[in-house]
Design a protein around this ligand. Structure first.
Ligand code: GAR
Length: 191
C-alpha cells in the first residue's frame, strides 16, 4: 500500500484533522499525514499534531503584508515535505489564485453545509436562521471561487426543533469526521 503524502491546513480545534490522522493510522488507508500548518498560534490542532508526532508549522498571516507572500511561504513548506495532497480543515483563510492553481485537483476543503447552499464563514448559523429541516457537510475540490469546486462527497444531517448553532454544529461534526477521510480516499484512488 503506497501512502500518499498529505498536509492539513487548520486555524482552530482541528477535530477534522484528528479524524484524518486516525484514518491515516490504519495500515490500509492510502495516505499519511506528514505536515500540519496553522495560521493561528493558539490553534488546538497544533497540539493534536504534536501529540501524534507530526510536524507542525505555525505561519501567522499577520506577519505577511500580502496574501501572495503568505501563500508563497505555505507553498515552500509544502514542497519541503514533498506534499502531494492538501486538506483544508477549518482553515479560515482565502487562498490566492496562484496557490489554488498550483494545487488544482489535489486540494480539498470541508464545509459545514450541503453546498451549494450556505456558502461562507457562517454556514451553520445561516442554515439555522433560514429554518431548513436538513443540513449537512460537503468535501469539495478547492477552486478560485469560494466553496464552489467539484463536490467529492456529502453527508446529510437533520435539524431538530430545539437546535442551537452549537448543537447543530456538533451533529454536523460527527458526520464530517467520517466524510473527510472517505473523500480524501476517493480523491487519491481516482488519481
Ligand atoms: C468544520 O465544521 C468545518 O466544516 C468548518 O470549520 C469547522 C472546523 O472544525 N469549515 C468552514 O466553516 C469553512 N468555511 P475543526 O477545526 O474541529 O475541524
Amino acid at each position: 500500500m503506497i501512502k500518499h503524502r498529505v498536509a492539513v491546513l487548520i486555524s482552530g480545534n482541528g477535530s477534522n484533522l484528528q479524524a484524518l490522522i486516525d484514518a491515516a493510522n490504519q495500515p490500509d488507508y492510502p495516505a499519511q499525514i506528514m505536515l500540519i500548518i496553522s495560521n493561528k498560534t493558539d490553534a488546538y490542532g497544533v497540539t493534536r499534531a504534536k501529540n501524534a508526532g507530526i510536524a507542525a508549522h505555525v505561519i501567522n498571516h499577520k506577519d505577511y503584508s500580502t496574501r501572495e507572500e503568505f501563500d508563497n511561504t505555505l507553498n515552500k513548506i509544502l514542497k519541503q515535505y514533498s506534499i502531494e495532497f492538501v486538506c483544508l480543515a477549518g482553515f479560515m483563510r482565502i487562498l490566492s489564485d496562484g496557490f489554488v492553481n498550483e494545487w488544482r485537483g489535489r486540494m480539498l476543503n470541508i464545509h459545514p453545509s450541503l453546498l451549494p447552499d450556505f456558502k461562507g464563514a457562517h454556514a451553520v448559523r445561516d442554515a439555522l436562521a433560514a429554518g431548513v429541516k436538513e443540513v449537512g457537510c460537503t468535501v469539495h475540490l478547492v477552486t478560485e471561487e469560494m466553496d464552489a469546486g467539484e463536490i467529492i462527497a456529502q453527508a446529510r444531517v437533520p435539524v431538530f426543533a430545539d437546535d442551537t448553532v452549537e448543537k447543530l454544529h456538533n451533529r454536523i461534526h460527527e458526520q464530517e469526521h467520517k466524510l473527510y477521510p472517505h473523500a480524501l480516499k476517493i480523491l487519491i484512488n481516482n488519481k
